[in-house]
Ligand binder design. Structure first.
Ligand code: BEZ
Ligand code: MG
Length: 553
């Protein structure tokens, strides 16, 4: 059910062109599945459930996301959105009233919001705005966010602005973060029977813009503090949440922030650093304060002074971006897994902190401090926040989450548990990396709806398919997280099927060949073990890039 219902992009956005009707219906259904108090609009599924007399629908959704009841409600909502697309808001309201008894006044605010969004999806100012920009003219500003999270991003073609870093994390972000971080700890607890001694978190700039700092808020909540605003309403301080209220130990967190995050969120990095230092100085038992426990172990080892042992916020050197792990993987320039983890540390071991005397350290190389901070880490984590960009769509997820996981593994001699959160759906869902890769492979790479959507774009579409294969490979290289069947199915779908392979070859021979070579490399490196015949065919094609498959077989 999860795979079937997952929203995926079925094609690429074409600059200057409005979305098509069928794309719109799925998007609008997703938009309508969240309460929008700022628009006085309630989620359509809750309205339908209320009208049908279903009690505690939200709770049911959290506990059993797929049941006959949720199927019934989702079916009615899908039909209502379909009616909306075909005949407008009034027809949809009338239909909801006759089918489920939803009061017209109640559904009206939600359907009017959809009408507004639908109209903005149809209007597209991208080309006109680009021309204005090139002429040096004024472009109206608009917020940067995911369309489902904040429909005010529409219309597109505006001058995107980010956030005020002092407003991060927002209250909404903090309350959502509590649910997510608790779910993460629950999942770890179910699998390991205790809390992790420390977590390594990846924080990105764009994600924290889109969610107003959910990732930041998760870190604070794990530490057991909440943000406090000053007289100018800026989140510059933290308040310690008492252990009695927290009802669990304070979890140690090591934060690797991207270069974009560092550039955008300097005050937020100060806040995070402050939070760790505050927690490290609390007079609490070590078994309930893992930050203190880890720091005192380091200090007892004689490995570090307090100021060093408390450093938890790391990024690139000033002016530098990225981990380069993706480039090393794509160019096949590594021998042992440690090489990838070491490269990650080399790029990201620059400390951003303020010492006990209040002196700022902004990007000082601190390899041994990062090694020390990572040594108690037992799980790594990153948020997913957009249905358009998942962990196999771009190489950045494996360079960051995969890179840090490999770095942890080689430092602790044990593979960390790796988790992601899908905070896009109304029910937050923690998945292991392996589960997420299976879901992405089934819903995108191996899903005919996805790849046929891509193939409509010809050359670029084939390149996208190849990217997915390469990024999947990146998860083997950095985290050994890809089931062999995934490679088998990719090979069957795109290479071993002569009709399909011919189509790829016709549209983009370079990508068709690279995709094949990547599958072979995955075999050479031991990520899957295809039968002899398959290996032969892959070799043949990779060696003769322009040979049509019939010629080879
Ligand atoms: C960021 O938003 O920080 C980010 C985006 C893409 C790649 C790496 C980082
Ligand atoms: Mg890029």
């Amino acid at each position: 059910m999860e795979i079937e219902q997952r929203l995926i992009p079925t094609g690429l956005h074409i600059f200057g062109r409005a979305a098509e009707l069928h794309q719109k219906a799925d998007l609008l259904r997703m938009v309508a599945s969240f309460d929008r108090p700022e628009h006085g609009a309630r989620a359509l599924p809750s309205l339908v459930a209320d009208a049908l007399g279903i009690d505690c629908y939200d709770q049911l959704l959290q506990e059993t996301p797929t049941s006959e009841t949720t199927e019934l409600v989702d079916g009615i909502v899908a039909e209502a959105v379909q009616q909306f697309c075909e005949s407008g808001a009034e027809a949809a309201a009338a239909w909801l009233n006759s089918r489920a008894g939803v009061d017209i006044e109640k559904s009206f605010p939600t359907l009017s919001l959809l009408a507004c969004i639908a109209e903005q999806l149809d209007s597209n100012n991208e080309i006109e705005s680009l021309m204005r920009a090139l002429r040096g003219e004024y472009i109206a500003p608009g917020p940067g966010a995911d369309i489902v999270q904040n429909p005010l991003v529409l219309p597109t073609g505006r001058n995107t602005h980010a956030v005020n870093p002092y407003s991060v994390p927002s209250q909404v972000a903090f309350s959502r973060a509590k649910a997510t971080a608790d779910a993460l700890l629950r999942r770890y607890m179910e699998e390991h029977g205790r809390y992790p001694r420390a977590l390594a978190l990846v924080l990105w700039g764009l994600d924290n813009i889109k969610t107003q700092g959910e990732g930041v808020a998760q870190a604070l909540w794990l530490l057991g503090v909440r943000p406090v605003r000053d007289a100018l309403n800026r989140a510059t301080e933290v308040e310690v949440i008492p252990l009695e209220e927290l009802q669990r130990p304070r979890i140690d967190v090591v934060m690797t922030v991207s270069g974009i995050f560092r550039d955008l969120f300097a005050p937020t990095m100060t806040l995070l650093d402050k939070a760790v230092r505050r927690v490290a100085t609390l007079d609490e038992p070590l078994e309930l304060n893992y930050v203190r426990r880890n720091i005192s172990e380091r200090m007892n080892d004689g490995a570090a002074e307090f100021d060093e042992a408390v450093t938890r916020v790391f990024s690139n050197a000033p002016g530098n971006y990225g981990t380069n792990v993706n480039f090393m993987v794509m160019d096949s320039q590594w021998d042992t897994p440690e090489t990838l983890g070491d490269l990650f540390i080399t790029r990201k071991c620059f400390a951003y902190t303020r010492d006990s005397k209040g002196r700022t350290v902004e990007g000082r190389e601190a390899r041994h401090l990062m090694d020390n901070a990572l040594s108690p880490v037992e799980a790594t984590y990153q948020n997913l926040d957009s249905f358009e960009v998942g962990i196999t769509d771009v190489d950045h997820y494996f360079e960051y989450l995969g890179g840090i996981s490999r770095a942890v593994e080689t430092r602790t001699q044990s593979r960390p548990a790796i988790y992601l959160c899908d905070s896009l759906s109304p029910q937050t869902k923690i998945r292991s990396l392996e589960e997420t890769i299976r879901l992405e492979s089934r819903s995108k790479t191996l899903n005919p709806k996805w790849y046929e959507g891509m193939l409509k774009h010809g050359f670029r579409g084939v390149a996208e398919i190849e990217n997915h294969v390469a990024n999947t490979f990146g998860w083997s290289a950095t985290a050994d997280a890809v089931d062999p069947w995934i490679y088998t199915e990719i090979s069957k779908t795109f290479v071993m099927d002569p009709v399909m392979f011919d189509r790829l070859l016709e549209m983009n021979p370079d990508s068709a060949r690279s995709l094949t070579s990547r599958l072979l490399e995955a075999h050479t490196r031991g990520y899957w073990n295809p039968d002899e015949e398959t290996v032969e065919k892959l070799r043949e094609i990779a060696g003769h890039p322009n040979t049509r498959l019939e010629g080879v077989v």
